[in-house]
Design a protein around this ligand. Structure first.
Ligand SMILES: Nc1nc2c(ncn2[C@@H]2O[C@H](COP(=O)(O)OP(=O)(O)OP(=O)(O)O)[C@@H](O)[C@H]2O)c(=O)[nH]1
Ligand SMILES: [Mg+2]
Length: 298
């Protein structure tokens, strides 16, 4: 245990609009893919703890769903999950996209932050996409409206300025214990990580309503006699027509989803895996409390 007098620790919530790069940031910070990422908004659905250990600190990042105007119960759950973390943490990272202008969504989040005493840092992400000259006026628009504890421009994708960000966070942490063991990087059980990897592949390979309409449930994980894993996963969709899309002509899309997910799962678990993928319909599941619960959104 690392418990010197100067050892600091704390919880840091990573919030922002959908698609600004929150999950990319936490993965880059801890150097491992724990939270799935995609170019579709509303990728993250639950809060995900990602633990960073340094010589002198343990920082527990909480990746959260993007804050948006919810259109169904799942969305309500997601936004509630994100906003609930705000009062439980030592530092808040408000992540914004340097390539998008300050809009109603950001405004709404800043209004919510107004009543919160926790230090909020403005993290301006995707600076690999804008010139230095463009950056300053973008930052100014935000700082005019809120008194941020710090402003850190970064690129989560290219890992630019992440050390500065960590240093800045440490300044706002109190001396504290190591909450989690050194070798623990997330609170997510294996079963959930596997389900998320499958969901990520569906997000990458489908468009329009499909990414939002799916949920993945892992029904079985067993170790075979040769130590290979057998995993049975079900991809749930909301309508029969969506089932056809996910399976694809001659089952081709489902096969591709399975192959790419299997590679990630094998990397994650360090053993060979057989992934048995099914697609089932659960009508309007995003609005049904009981089903939301059974999928882990509670
Ligand atoms: N160019 C560039 N793209 C980035 C950067 N960070 C993230 N992205 C891209 O932005 C998209 C969204 O990234 P995510 O990390 O899934 O975003 P998120 O904020 O977690 O999104 P939600 O979970 O939907 O709220 C992906 O296509 C990323 O590759 C960056 O620093 N630069
Ligand atoms: Mg995310």
């Amino acid at each position: 245990m690392n418990q010197s007098e100067n050892y600091k620790s704390g919880f840091v919530s990573v919030i922002g609009r959908p698609n600004v790069g929150k999950s990319t940031l936490v993965n880059s910070l801890i150097g491992q893919k724990v939270a799935i990422m995609s170019d579709k908004p509303q990728t993250t659905r639950n809060k995900i703890l990602c633990i960073l250990n340094t010589e002198d600190a343990q920082i527990v990042f909480i990746d959260t769903p993007g804050i948006h105007k919810p259109k169904h119960k799942l969305g309500e759950y997601m936004v509630e999950t994100a906003t609930r973390t705000l009062r439980e943490v030592d530092v808040i990272l408000f992540v914004v996209d340097a390539t998008a202008s300050l809009g109603a969504g950001e405004q709404f989040i800043m209004e919510n932050l107004a009543s919160i005493k926790t230090p909020v840092m403005l993290v301006v992400n995707k600076i690999d996409q804008v010139s230095k000259r463009e950056l300053l006026p973008i930052i100014q628009k935000y700082t005019e409206q809120y008194n941020f504890a710090a402003v850190v421009p970064i690129s989560a994708l290219e890992k630019t300025n992440l050390n500065d960000l960590v240093d800045e966070i440490k300044k706002h942490l109190e001396p504290g214990p190591q909450y989690y063991p050194e070798d623990m990087i997330t609170d997510q059980p294996e079963r959930l990580l596997i389900a998320e990897l499958v969901r990520e592949k569906v997000l990458h390979m489908t468009r329009e309503e499909i990414p939002h309409a799916i949920a993945v449930d892992i029904e079985e994980i067993t170790t075979r006699s040769n130590n290979d894993l057998y995993i049975r996963a079900v991809i749930y969709v909301e309508r029969d027509s969506q089932k056809g899309i996910v399976i694809g002509a001659k089952g081709q899309l489902l096969k591709e989803i399975g192959q790419t997910a299997r590679v990630d799962i094998e990397n994650l678990l360090g053993s060979k895996a057989y992934l048995d993928l099914w697609v089932k319909v659960k009508k309007d599941w995003r609005n049904r409390d009981g089903i939301l619960k059974s999928f882990g959104y509670e």
